[in-house]
Ligand binder design. Structure first.
Ligand code: CP
Length: 306
């Protein structure tokens, strides 16, 4: 068991499967029993970037395991705004807690924090780089919805360039022998080329297309993403692509019967609300799975008894 959870690249397939197994066990546990998993433990929730789901589901997860939470959701309310360094912040907070959950706009910052402390550090999203806890809950959701992960056909839609959720999930699915990826993105937001380079040429098919309809007809999971205004250096470029793909219920007419639409959320307009109450919509149950998976992560990294 590694001390930290920073990147999907750090995990073997077997290690990922252990997170999924622990999440299954936690979901099966009665709530009063869960409260005895981490009594007396304290989690630091350090969010240098906005969040609704990741922060609140981690905090909910910790409370549901009998632990408690301190932290901040706005770095402006901390001494970072007075010029304190990340190093000093981590070396201070490590005296107060048992585990650190951190989101930061700087790529690689979670790894740096992990090197500064002996406490477990969980990456809750570092810039456009990785979002491993989202990936673990996405895998858990896919397995629950489809009954399998191996061999499925995935489609990723929207911002594939800056989306850390996409970057982490592609990496993980490749370990699960998922070999067919439809990539639906405007030219300016394509998946970076290095994802398609691997040591097993010919094993993976990355089908780049601008046709959402083509991907819908072929995939098992349609993974929608938001075009992220905050990642664009030039807002004029954002304006050009912001409405590139909008999924509506009628577009799902050609979908497989058990296709699921997932989305890490938040959404802006890329999924029309007329999809929300169809059998295809998996994105709100996905948020519920976030609390389960984050209970698994906290209990595993804090040595809780499951
Ligand atoms: N999926 C996700 O990371 O959502 P938040 O930004 O609301 O945490």
């Amino acid at each position: 068991m590694k001390k930290d959870l920073i990147s999907m690249d750090d995990l073997t397939l077997d290690e990922i499967k252990i997170y999924l197994e622990v999440a299954r066990r936690i979901e099966a546990m009665p709530l009063p029993e869960r409260l005895r998993v981490l009594p007396g433990k304290i989690m630091a929730s350090l969010f240098f970037e906005p969040s609704t789901r990741t922060r609140l589901s981690f905090e909910s997860a910790m409370h549901r395991l009998g632990g408690s939470v301190i932290g901040f959701a706005d770095q402006g309310a901390t001494s970072v705004s007075k010029g304190e360094t990340l190093s000093d912040t981590i070396q201070t907070i490590e005296n107060y807690v048992d585990i650190i959950v951190m989101r930061h706009p700087g790529e690689g910052t979670a790894r740096r924090a992990a090197e500064l402390t002996d406490l477990p550090v969980i990456n809750a999203g570092d810039g456009s780089n990785q979002h491993p806890t989202q990936t673990l809950l996405d895998l858990y959701t896919i397995e629950k919805d489809l009954g399998r992960i191996e061999g499925i056909t995935m489609a990723f839609v929207g911002d594939l360039k800056y989306s850390r959720t996409v970057h982490s999930l592609v990496r993980a699915l490749m370990k699960f022998n998922v070999t067919e990826f439809y990539l639906v993105a405007p030219e300016a937001l394509r998946l970076p080329g290095y994802f398609m380079m691997n040591d097993q040429p010919g094993r993976y098919r990355f089908i780049e297309t601008e046709s959402l309809e083509e991907a819908i007809a072929k995939c098992d999971i349609l993974y929608m993403t938001r075009i992220q205004r905050e990642r664009f250096p030039d807002l004029l470029e954002y304006e050009k692509v912001k409405d590139s793909y909008v999924l509506s219920h009628s577009m799902l007419a050609s979908a497989k019967a058990d296709l699921r639409v997932l989305h890490p959320l938040p959404r802006v307009n890329e999924i029309s609300t007329d999809v929300d109450h169809t059998r295809f919509a998996g994105y709100f149950p996905q948020t519920r799975n976030g609390v389960i998976m984050r209970q698994a992560i906290l209990s595993m990294h804090l040595g809780g008894r499951i």
